[in-house]
Design a protein around this ligand. Structure first.
Ligand SMILES: [Zn+2]
Length: 140
């Protein structure tokens, strides 16, 4: 398998903390201090309370398990075509949220629902000198 050449992430005011965290090899999640919901993708408000003033960021474990997966045999999108076949998966993080990701550095026959996985970070080159990364997962 060849590696995916991930497009450079765009950091909005809602997602900047997340992308800065990945650049430090950290999976930064959001937690609502009012209702305790842990959420991913980053948002400007709690998806349950619909309030913004109780949100905080914290560093997650980067650990989880495969909720479901597929072997992607065809994808003509730039950066992905040369990586086929690759393993696309939803991973349930230990903190609760699910993240859409890829499983790397393994034989597809070794991947299964419920398998434990750990995040690793694919650094992205940026023109502005900031370091962002795309989180991918490998079998634990
Ligand atoms: Zn809340």
């Amino acid at each position: 398998m060849n590696a995916i050449n991930h497009p450079a992430p765009y950091a909005s005011w809602e997602t900047r903390g997340y992308w800065e965290g990945t650049g430090r090899n950290e999976l930064v999640l959001q937690r609502c201090r009012k209702c305790t919901l842990v959420q991913h993708r980053p948002r400007g408000l709690c998806a349950h309370c619909l309030e913004s003033e109780h949100l905080e960021h914290f560093v997650g474990t980067g650990e989880g398990e495969i909720y479901t997966f597929t072997i992607t045999e065809q994808n003509q999108a730039r950066g992905f075509a040369q990586a086929c076949p690759y393993i696309m998966a939803y991973v349930t993080l230990d903190e609760g949220p699910r993240i859409l990701t890829v499983i790397v550095d393994c034989d597809p026959d070794d991947v299964g629902i419920g398998a434990r996985v750990t995040a690793k970070y694919v650094k992205q080159e940026r023109d502005d000198g900031e370091v962002f990364a795309v989180p991918v997962f490998e079998l634990s």
